[in-house]
Write a protein that binds this ligand. Sequence first.
Ligand SMILES: Nc1ncnc2c1ncn2[C@@H]1O[C@H](COP(=O)(O)OP(=O)(O)OP(=O)(O)O)[C@@H](O)[C@H]1O
Length: 277
Amino acid sequence: MWNKIVTWWNNTVRDRAYLPGRQIDRYRISKVLGMGSYGIAYLALDLISHTQVVLKQVKPSLRHSPKGEDMQAYEQKVLAALSHPQIPRWLRSFTYRQDSFLVMTFIEGPTLEEALFEQMITIDERSAARLMKKIGEIVAHLHEHRLIHRDVRIPNVIWHHDEPYLIDFGLARFLGDSPTYAAETLSAYDSEKQLKREVAPSSDLFALGHFFLFLLYSGFTPSEDEPERSWEQELSLSPAVHGMIRRLLQLDAPYPSVEAFLVDLEEFLDKPNHSSA
Ligand SMILES: Nc1ncnc2c1ncn2[C@@H]1O[C@H](COP(=O)(O)OP(=O)(O)OP(=O)(O)O)[C@@H](O)[C@H]1O
């Protein structure tokens, strides 16, 4: 019961977000974008540069805990290490009263999740492969900087001017760093989560496999009376795409790197007139 009261208190009172219109430092809050694992994300107007920015505030209930400022400081280190047109840029960090804020560039547009499921966009196999190439190139850039994103999913990709942008670096880690903040180890997770959270290129490759499947499922209409089947039975894929997904999901020899996956994708895209399996 006590834990329930603390959770209620944290969610409704301590972690109440700042309201739209509120000025914090040189920023005016426009709206809350989301409440994540460690923080509250806001869209805000920078009153000096007159640009829209994203503010990420450590939740007050997590102040001075390993999941609070430490996580934010790590996300800042990650964003500050990167300079890529399709990744948010870290602008500055500051403290307002007792709250720690991180400021990054705002990327406009729907997430791929919103585009696929709310705007009901369908993507054919070739377009999905083209999109995977673009996402794969961003992930390859991260890996060149010894960074593993660990959360490459459709809600973390924004679609803007026909290009994907990768956001949410809250789980990203540099190679060699610990996969968890708290004392628990990865072995506390189930085997699929261990694969996703390992600080190694294989975890992003595994996520890219699921990403590819999500795009391909956009064109799938389940028949009402048929029971659910596996992706290999439900989707009619060309042998090349089918083989790539099996390797990404580690069902066949895993790709050693994102570059190796990109080579297969390019080969597939270079060949005209693929027939479906
Ligand atoms: N730079 C950005 N540009 C545009 N929208 C963003 C940006 N960063 C975050 N968002 C939006 O704000 C929401 C919340 O962001 P946040 O980084 O807190 O993600 P989260 O997944 O909710 O959190 P966490 O990673 O802490 O679990 C995201 O779902 C995304 O839609």
